[in-house]
Design a protein around this ligand. Sequence first.
Ligand code: AMP
Ligand code: ZN
Length: 119
Amino acid sequence: MNHDPNCIFCKIVEGKIPSRKVYEDDEIFAFHDINPWAPVHFLVIPKEHITSIAHLEDRHAALMGRIMLLIPKLAAQEGCNPYPEGGFRIVSNTGAEGGQEVQHLHIHVMGGARPWKRG
Ligand code: AMP
Ligand code: ZN
């Protein structure tokens, strides 16, 4: 599995940097964002160091499918209200013009009662 020793999210996966864990399995890790925009705001990442959505390869299709199926379950678990009155937002900033700050693929999941701090 690809790993970048200088990557902050790889360090979170390894437990070298503490995080508030939401979910973990052999391929996927999820944790609360340190600077939440919304009442619920967590990040879902592959444990493999994939730089961004723009770096996905065909071999990642099942992994990304699993992440997408997991998101609504974790959103409900973390307190997002049900669709359609509730719901959530998913965002994956990609590259400089996409506003990506951490170069390890991550999907923001945001939800909860409005107003939000941002967005
Ligand atoms: P971006 O790359 O622009 O999608 O943003 C990276 C996100 O990671 C931001 O929302 C940060 O608040 C979040 N973040 C950065 N460092 C940590 C950390 N140590 N624990 C949890 N979230 C973090
Ligand atoms: Zn990484």
